[in-house]
Write a protein that binds this ligand. Sequence first.
Ligand code: DLZ
Length: 206
Amino acid sequence: MSESIKGPAPPSTKLDGSPLRIAIVHSRWNETVIDALVAGTIAKLKATGVKDSNILVQSVPGSFELPLACQKVISGSHVQAGATATDLLGGLTSFTSPNPTSRSGTPAPVSASMPHQPFDAVIAIGVLIKGSTMHFEYICESVSHALMRVQLDTGVPVIFGVLTALTDDQALERAGIGRGHNKGHNHGEDWAAAAVEMASHTRRWA
Ligand code: DLZ
């Protein structure tokens, strides 16, 4: 069988994440897949030079909650300097360590003296797997439209890291943890690269 031609071409310039602040907002539905995707995303962000301290991770219950959380994370980062952490997060108080192994542990509180620092991009990660009702279709449709709206309304890139899989295997393979001999590819790596590239572009376009 011939190899697939699908996938992104590499960017024309080397990705440099060293000056960037990136937020990851992820759902908790289908946790095995989510964990692999978030880990892959973080690993690639770091590989491009994004500093540990500039990666923030926020979880929400399900994919339906991603757009509002992304909007709050972005708008929270635009409050005036000197705001408290509570103001900064716009009510979202469970930012956790970027270390994926500690994501399910007790959330680390954000320092009350945390200065105002906007995010250069937000990566929304969710895993929707089709069931026997129309739930999947409604959530896929509304979440993809709403995430697009958040990025256009705010001008901050929101990376679409939402898998819309018809089967468990499709989801596992797109997180690089397929059950067959082909483990697949971790799409979190692509989302991280897209975030760094779009964040760099929008810094220049500002
Ligand atoms: C309810 C639900 C269902 C059935 N399936 C998924 C899913 O596959 N992936 C996902 O991220 N979330 C799912 N949810 C939860 C919804 O996204 C949402 O959290 C709830 O409807 C509460 O608003």
